[in-house]
Structure formats: C-alpha cells, structure tokens
Write a protein that binds this ligand. Sequence first.
Ligand code: BTN
Length: 249
Amino acid sequence: MKGEFDEVAALMPDPFRILHREITGSTNDDLRELAIAGMAEGLVLIAEKQTAGRGRRGAVWFSPVGENLAFSVLLRPSAPKALWGRLSLIAGLAVAEAAEKSLPIAGIKWPNDVQVDGKKIAGILVEAGSDFVVVGVGVNVNSRNFPEGLDATSLGVEAGYEISRSAFLLDFVNRFSHHSGRLENSFDDVLRGVSQRCVLTGKRVSLFLTGGTRREGRVRGLGPRGELLLEAETGVQALFQADEIRLLD
Ligand code: BTN
C-alpha cells in the first residue's frame, strides 16, 4: 500500500529525506543515535507513535496516532555551535509560516512554541551533540481532544477542515531548509519573521530561568541575536533562554 508520505518524500529539497517509523521511543533520541553512528544531515524522522515523546523540561509530549506530526530533523551546521540555539526560532518560524497556509496568522511564543490565539499548536525541542543538532518538532495538525489542563489546539480545529499532514511537512521542510541557511548570515531575515509573530512583545511576563531564578518585567522585543529583551526595574536585560514564561496581562 502506498504510504501517506511517499509522494512528498520525492519532493524534499536536498539534503532532506524522510524516514517513517510506526512506533519508537522518541524521534529526538533515535536521531541522536543515528547521528553518533555517522548519519548524514537532512534526515527527517517521523513517528506515528512515540512511547517516550519528550517536551522541554522533561514534559511528556502527547500526540495521538495518525492525527498529528511528531518528527525530528538532523543537521550538522557549519556555523559556530554558539548559534545553534537559533534553530529553535528558525523551526518556529517555519512552522508558523506553514500554519499560515490555513490560518490568518500564527503566533510565536519565544523561544519554542507556536500558538493560535494563546493556544499551543506546536512545540520545538532542539538538542545538540558534539557535531550535530537534532531539531524535534511536534505539531497538532488535526487532533480534536487534548489532555485536561493543556491550553492546546490544532491547525485543523482552528481552520475548520482537515489539514494534510504530508503537505504540511513538505511546506515546513522547504521553509526550514530556506531559513536554516540563515543561521549565521542573514539571521536578520529570520528575526523579522519571528518578531512580527512574537506574542510576548509588549506583554508583562513572569519568566523562569534554568536553575529556578525568576524574572518579571515587560517584553520589549527581540535583540539582534534572537535574545528576549526584558524591561525590569533594574533596566533592560537580554535573556537567551527561559524554562517557562507566564503572561501576567
Ligand atoms: C515542547 O513544546 O516542550 C517541545 C515538544 C517537542 C516534541 C517533539 S515530537 C518529536 C520530537 N521527539 C520528541 O521526543 N520530542 C520532539
């Protein structure tokens, strides 16, 4: 029987190619193993079911079989490792733009969520090895039911019709391929797209940093390296990562 992703597999831009698994632990973990074993960059590993799908901070990533997309992309960037964290914004922008084929606008909640009207439609988990980076992406494409307590929605629910998973994936990969070429040079172009969609700009937030430190202030926008500019009592601070961000107004 012809697979759902066979047609788009033939249309992937170089060097991207698809590997589809029915069930695995976590596509991020699988790609890490493959990368350590020498796999070339560009592999896009999709799983229908993940038994250990992970979000950031060790959260479980919920994704019912056949409805959504859970995949990881392997890259071996030539840009300095210090810049690899930008891939989270790059992947977020590619998801948001692909979502906008069916929706008027998708918001980016810096640094790694894509939202519609404050509800999450996608999350990104970037994990680096010594000479590779794995970009894990979970997109709620057509799910209708979400675990209690999750402020989530799907593209299909918001658009009001079923979205083709394979067409979304191809669109994402094309955009991701384009934007990831701007990791070092022309990152400004990426920043412009992210800034236009940044749902935090102008908002008062409470922000938890790794290690448990909390910061509170108003978000002024993004700096030239993709950092969040937070105006606090002590002045404007540049933050390069955050574990959790809560909107206060
Ligand atoms: C987050 O929102 O916290 C990030 C979610 C990332 C989920 C994706 S699904 C594919 C890939 N494999 C994983 O185990 N996690 C990522």
